[in-house]
Design a protein around this ligand. Structure first.
Ligand SMILES: NC(=O)c1ccc[n+]([C@@H]2O[C@H](COP(=O)([O-])OP(=O)(O)OC[C@H]3O[C@@H](n4cnc5c(N)ncnc54)[C@H](OP(=O)(O)O)[C@@H]3O)[C@@H](O)[C@H]2O)c1
Length: 509
C-alpha cells in the first residue's frame, strides 16, 4: 500500500501546522462536496497538508454505506482533483472517509453524530478537534446551527479548548443572507452557538491565488504602491464576466439576481482588497479591519442617484462560443416577465483621502462573450499634451490589468514610439503570466480555504461586520428598480447592454 508523502505526518509546514481533526460535511452528496470539497481534501492529503489521522464524515439525507460513499468520492476525485496523477494514494485517503445518513431536522441524527465524535475511534486520533462544513442549501444553515448548539456539538471539544489543545470550528457557505436583515439574523443565530473566532464565512474568491496577490502586488512593490491613489488613478474597473447562464439553478437565480449572486460578495471582496489601506500587520484582524473601513467609506446610494449609479441588464436569446442559448426568460423555472437582472454595472465612490473622486465600476454578468475576471486600473493622462503639439495623433492611457481568471497574470499597458520617421505613439503591453512563470497548476481556492480553516487562520474569510456592511451598502439596489433603473436587454454572448457605458459620465454630486 503506497504511503502518503512524508510531510503528511502532520509536521509543521510553511503554511502552518496541521492538526488532526474530524471534518463533518453537511450536504455530502451535493454538487459542491463532489466537485470541490473532497477533491480539495484529497489534493491536500497528497501535498502533505492534511494530517493522516484526519477523519471526514459526510452527512446527507440519502441512505448509503461508507463503501458506496467512498466509491462516489473516488469518481469525484478522478474527475476534479488537481493531483489525478497520484490516484495510487486514494486507497489510503478513503480509509478516512465515512458517511452518516440523516435529515437535518432529526434529533436522533445529531445524537448519533455526538456519539460518533466522542467514540474512541474518532476522538482519540483527532484529539477531539472538529470542523463542521455547511455545504447545504442556505435554508438549512439556521436549523443545523441550532441543532449543533442544542445537542452540545458546538462545544464538543470545550475540555481541550480550556487547556489550549483543541478546537471546534464551522465553515458556512455562501450566500450569507439575502439582505441585511437576514444576514443579521444569521449572524445572531451563529453567534448564539459559536464564538466569532470559531466561524469561517466562506467566499471562495478569496482563496484564489490571484486575489491574494492583489495585496502582495500592491504592498510589496513600492513603485506600484506609490501610484495607488487618486493622485494617479483615474478610475478602477472590476469585472466578473461569466459565459454560463443559470445552469439548471433558475429558481435560485430568480430569487437572487446578479447583485446578490456576485456583486455583494465576490465583487465587494475584490473592491475592498483593491482599495484598502495597508494593514498594521499581515494578520486576520488587521486585514479585515481595513476591509471594513473601505465598506464604511462607500458613498451611500440615495434613491435619486439610483439611475446614475446602476445599469441592470438581462440576456435574451443568442450564441455563446457558436452555440445557440436561450434567453433568460426562456430558461426553466423563470417567469416570462421576470425583472431579475443577469447583468449589473454599478458605480461606487470610496470617500476617503486616498480614493475621493475616483469612480470604481463594478460589473458582473452572465452569458457574456467569455468567462473573465479582471481588475483594470486606469491612470490619469499626462498633464500636458506635448506630442500632440508636435503633430502626433492621440496618446495612450496607462492601464494596469490584473487578470484573476482565466490566464492569471498582470499586464501593464503603455505607449511607445512606433519605429520610423513619423512620431506615432502605439499602445503595447508588458505581460506577466502565472502559467508561464510557475508551471505547476495552482491549488484550487477551496484547498487554500479548507487549509486555513483547519489551521484557524480566518484572514481569507468574511467577518460578521464585513458581511453586514456590504448588505447595508447594497440594500437600495435590491428592491424593485423597474422604474428607477429599467432592465436593459442584451443578446447572450455579448458584453452586456449598451447603456452600461452611460455610467462613465461624471459622478453625481
Ligand atoms: N455548487 C457549487 O459550485 C457552489 C459554489 C459556491 C457555493 N455553493 C453553496 O454551497 C451550498 C451547497 O450547494 P450544492 O450545489 O452542493 O447543493 P446541492 O447539490 O443541492 O446539495 C445539497 C445537499 O444537501 C443535502 N440535503 C438537502 N436537504 C436535506 C435534508 N433535509 N436533510 C439532509 N440532507 C439534505 C442533500 O442530500 P441528499 O442528496 O441526500 O438529498 C445534498 O447532499 C449552497 O449554500 C450553495 O450556495 C455551491
Amino acid at each position: 500500500m503506497p504511503e502518503l508523502s512524508d510531510s503528511a505526518s502532520g509536521a509543521p509546514t510553511n503554511n502552518g501546522t496541521t492538526s488532526p481533526l474530524t471534518i463533518i460535511i453537511f450536504g455530502a452528496s451535493g454538487d459542491l462536496t463532489h466537485r470541490k470539497l473532497l477533491p480539495a481534501l484529497f489534493d491536500q492529503a497528497v501535498d502533505g497538508l492534511l494530517h493522516p489521522e484526519t477523519r471526514i464524515l459526510g452527512v446527507a439525507r440519502r441512505q448509503k454505506t461508507h463503501l458506496e460513499f467512498r466509491e462516489e468520492i473516488r469518481e469525484s476525485v478522478q474527475t476534479f482533483a488537481r493531483n489525478t496523477g497520484r490516484l495510487d494514494l486514494f486507497p489510503e485517503f478513503e480509509k478516512r472517509i465515512f458517511y452518516h445518513a440523516m435529515t437535518f431536522d432529526d434529533p436522533n441524527g445529531y445524537n448519533a453524530l455526538r456519539t460518533t465524535l466522542l467514540s474512541d475511534e474518532f476522538r482519540k486520533p483527532t484529539q477531539g478537534n472538529v470542523l463542521y462544513y455547511l455545504a447545504t442549501p442556505p435554508s438549512y444553515f439556521v436549523p443545523i446551527i441550532r441543532n449543533l448548539g442544542s445537542y452540545g456539538l458546538s462545544t464538543i471539544n470545550e475540555g481541550e479548548t480550556a487547556t489550549g489543545g483543541g478546537f471546534t470550528r464551522i465553515i458556512i457557505e455562501k450566500p450569507f443572507g439575502r439582505d441585511l436583515a437576514s444576514a443579521q439574523d444569521l449572524n445572531r443565530e451563529v453567534l448564539q452557538v459559536f464564538r466569532e473566532n470559531q466561524v469561517f464565512r466562506i467566499d471562495h474568491y478569496l482563496g484564489k491565488e490571484t486575489v491574494q496577490n492583489i495585496v502582495v502586488f500592491r504592498m510589496s512593490n513600492p513603485a506600484i504602491g506609490s501610484l495607488w491613489s487618486n493622485v494617479h488613478v483615474k478610475s478602477v474597473h472590476i469585472t466578473v464576466h461569466e459565459a454560463v447562464g443559470v445552469e439548471g439553478r433558475g429558481d435560485y437565480f430568480e430569487e437572487a439576481g446578479i447583485l446578490r449572486d456576485m456583486v455583494q460578495n465576490h465583487l465587494f471582496q475584490l473592491m475592498t482588497l483593491t482599495a484598502m489601506e495597508p494593514p498594521v500587520a499581515f494578520e486576520a484582524q488587521a486585514i479585515r479591519d481595513e476591509k471594513v473601513k473601505v465598506l464604511r467609506s462607500l458613498k451611500p446610494i440615495r434613491t435619486e442617484d439610483i439611475p446614475k449609479v446602476i445599469v441592470r441588464g438581462q440576456y435574451t436569446v443568442g450564441e455563446v462560443d457558436g452555440v445557440p442559448v436561450p434567453g433568460y426568460r426562456n430558461e426553466p423555472k423563470i417567469p416570462p416577465t421576470s425583472d431579475t437582472p443577469t447583468f449589473a454595472r454599478i458605480k461606487v465612490e470610496v470617500q476617503n483621502w486616498r480614493w475621493a473622486g475616483v469612480p470604481f465600476y463594478l460589473t458582473a454578468g452572465k452569458r457574456m462573450t467569455r468567462r473573465e475576471t479582471i481588475i483594470r486600473i486606469v491612470f490619469k493622462e499626462v498633464p500636458f499634451a506635448l506630442f500632440r503639439l508636435a503633430g502626433c495623433p492621440g496618446t495612450v492611457s496607462n492601464e494596469l490589468i490584473i487578470r484573476i481568471q482565466p490566464n492569471e497574470g498582470i499586464a501593464l499597458r503603455f505607449g511607445i514610439k512606433r519605429p520610423g520617421g513619423r512620431l506615432v505613439i502605439d499602445p503595447v503591453e508588458m505581460d506577466f503570466s502565472y502559467q508561464t512563470a510557475y508551471h505547476d497548476k495552482a491549488p484550487d481556492a477551496y484547498e487554500r480555504l479548507l487549509h486555513d480553516a483547519i489551521i484557524g487562520d480566518s484572514t481569507l474569510f468574511a467577518r460578521n461586520d464585513e458581511v453586514e456592511r456590504s448588505w447595508t451598502f447594497i440594500a437600495p439596489l435590491l428592491g424593485d428598480l423597474s422604474r428607477l433603473s429599467p432592465l436593459r436587454f442584451y443578446t447572450a454572448g455579448t458584453d452586456g447592454p449598451e447603456e452600461k457605458d452611460r455610467l462613465d459620465d461624471p459622478l453625481p454630486a
